[in-house]
Ligand binder design. Sequence first.
Ligand code: NAD
Length: 461
Amino acid sequence: MRTLPVRNPRTGEQDYRIAPLDADAVASRAATLRAGQPRWAALDPSARGAALMALAEAIGRRREALLAALCADTGRRAISALEIDGVIGMLNRWARQAPETIGRHSPATRPSAMTGITLSTRLRPYPLVGIISPWNFPLTLAMIDAIPALAAGCAVLVKPSEVTPRFIAPMMDAIHDVPGLSDVLDVVEGDGATGAAIVSVVDMIAFTGSVATGRKVGEAAARAFIPASLELGGKDPMLVLDSADPDWAAQVALRASVVNTGQACQSIERVYVARSLYPQFLAALTAAAAATRLNADAIDRGEIGPFICAKQAAIVQRQIDQAVAAGARIMTGGAVETLGGGLYLRPTVLVDVTADMEVMREETFGPVIPVMAFDGIDDAVRLANSGKFGLSAAVLAGSAEEAEAVAARLDAGAVSINDGALTSMVWDAEKSSFGLSGLGPSRMGEAGLMRFFRKQALIRQ
Ligand code: NAD
């Protein structure tokens, strides 16, 4: 049996192993789930909701084991606890919301606009949905699409990242606590090869991860003739207009850039500041960044955790070094440190950056904050829209109205108004991904449920 080592991000030790499913094992799990799905789909939506609520309770009972696994996977505790609460919240919310939404989208028999024709609509869930997720929020991103898919009546095969797989065992224990649920929900260990095998056996795929892998998954889905919902990377800009308070803006920019040590698809990755505010903003940002603490000594202390993925630390360092070689200056941070075996980077404020530097164009996924001044709103909008991504953005101004007028010109699926990081938190905010940041219907809001159905029209004369 093939096995893979898993690195602990706090110690640097490979202290866990997984056994990635091969293609035959994937086919066998898929067959089991397909066999269970018709019974699940035939249940009343509120009965599926009851099972989702039971899973929420089971997760609550297994909180300690899940938390220990997530801490070992990611090297941070507070966000891991939030992930568990968040998934419990999602289960309860979809359990309540889905029956109402499904009812509203299944209108009773009605006359067509065409004379003499009578219509009705049936919602038919995709029988088997595959979920492939990344390492930055292991539990949340494994479950965020799985839950609405289950609520719709699909069976679901989930493959979390091989970088952060320890939570799979306690999660499966929780699933087994709910009678019948393991017939339609399986969370499996695996790497890219397992993911590729999953794409070839499911009826729909929901993928979260990098653009490079998303492109491969999209191509494989096209060959298999199945829909793919792709949630990919970003290079989110923040604009600080000249009407904003520079000290407050600096606090917001720091918080939104270093959230989860910058390992968040919707973290701020480049900041554009009105030239009149630039000196005061930069002084405040630099001071706040320098005061930020690492959690190397104690997992419960400090705002900055270790890099979850060692490869990412090397990518981030390379981007910083390239920027400096091309003329950028480091105001704080700048060098990955090894502490107790973990890889850490203090918040790194970069100035004298130019639009062509990799750190301004490519996803960084670390606590790096490149800052550039702009001259006038048109310049700001041009700079913000200059990249290939379009996940989300932020605009800070003296009033929400002024910020919204600029936000409406940005090529981004969601914009935080006078805040840095609202865009991933608001569950009923429907949004599209622009550019290379994704494809397919919104995962948030009602569309997040409806994408798991095909519509069948029954037409009578
Ligand atoms: P990744 O693309 O390397 O891996 C994601 C998943 O794809 C993993 O489970 C991996 O095993 C699997 N995989 C690899 N090759 C595959 C293949 N050929 N076929 C099928 N599956 C395959 O991404 P990552 O490094 O784990 O995560 C970081 C990326 O995720 C960043 O780019 C980040 O922006 C993105 N992300 C996006 C969102 C969003 O909602 N848009 C959220 C979080 C993270």
